[in-house]
Design a protein around this ligand. Sequence first.
Ligand code: NCD
Ligand code: ZN
Ligand code: ZN
Length: 433
Amino acid sequence: MAIWILNARVVDDENGELLTKHVKVQDGNISEWADGSAEPDTAGCEVIDASGKLLSPGFIDMHVHLREPGFEYKETIASGTRSAAKGGFTTIACMPNTRPVTDTPETVQYVLDKAASEGVVRVLPYAAITKNELGRELTDFAALKEAGAVGFTDDGVGVQSAQMMKDAMALAKSMEMPVIAHCEDNTLVEGASVSEGAFARKHGLKGIPNESEAIHVGRDILLAEATGVHYHVCHVSTEQSVRLIKLGKSVGVNVTAEVCPHHLVLSDEDIPDSMDANWKMNPPLRTPRDVEACIQALEEGTIDIIVTDHAPHSAEEKARGMERAPFGIVGFETAFPLLYTKFVKTGRWTLNFLLSRMTKDPARVFGLASGTLKPGAPADLVLIDLENEREVNPETFLSQGRNTPFAGWKLYGWPALTMVSGKVVWTEASGIQ
Ligand SMILES: NC(=O)N[C@@H](CC(=O)O)C(=O)O
Ligand SMILES: [Zn+2]
Ligand SMILES: [Zn+2]
């Protein structure tokens, strides 16, 4: 049955104004738009009243951890995609640092099959660059692409050997696939859990220096120039990385980059003295100067897109303290409210800017058909309540992970309904459909 979504608020592409519109969804796609003043014929159609709600293309998150197979105690494809839907995400690309590592066509197929049978949003699997992410031997790129992998990455660890990375890039280029890099030089970070900065000094902790990230960014941009591959930098967190990406872009290297909400709203100076490991993630929270550099890089287009790096861990793991707990925080269910409240409500960004960086920009960078609500596009969309303030309560997360530093934050911009391919998958009123 066709669906009419009536009286939605949409951002005008040209001047950024909010307009009232009706939109028809048919056969899983956007079929027709009507002005708010019109009265569309809804006979025989299902009707969704979107009065007062913002309508956006569903968010696209090109960096997430769903933990399945192997770490189902942290998250599953079922729980992770439900959490994504609640956060307004309709397409998510999952990292291969599972157990086994997603380094064979069989494991890619396993993820795709699970996503089809138990997932509620679109799942795009990445495959590993090296077998078991050990950095020693390349995986079978052709077979992994054939199985449905959308890119190659050893996220969780940096590829330490420049020759290995160059070989990976040359091979990926030959099949027009992107290489997505977690940038980290192990020799500079051993045993460190937080950034080099005020917090590390105060607590006498070894710090992770900015160069550990930026050295890989610089190296890889040179290798991307030599090989011509599409090279995408994961979770940029330093001023130095920003500088190098800007330089790479300026000389025509095919480099793109992503940044996470936590690296835009938190610095190491915000970490509580309690040493709560919900503030521990990789890359770590950096200095306020790095935070500002990342914000400006996103604003000027040096950084292309926003991703969550949703990285759930169990409560027991996160209770081990700052030095022993694993790196990572969950992200789906706070991403949009955080950025809307901190950057749009404060007047620094337009709503259009934020939505673009979470929808049409990731679609452009990774060549996806979604990220737009033009007629003919998949009906992947989210309705958002911009009016009501609510507190972040990890107990209500659909993710199995509760590891967030944002508990208790009062935010605006909460999703109310998420639709994937014309099907309502989650609503604020009734939960998962
Ligand atoms: N970001 C993190 O802090 N952790 C990620 C790994 C990663 O993204 O590098 C994880 O898998 O837990
Ligand atoms: Zn990473
Ligand atoms: Zn990650």
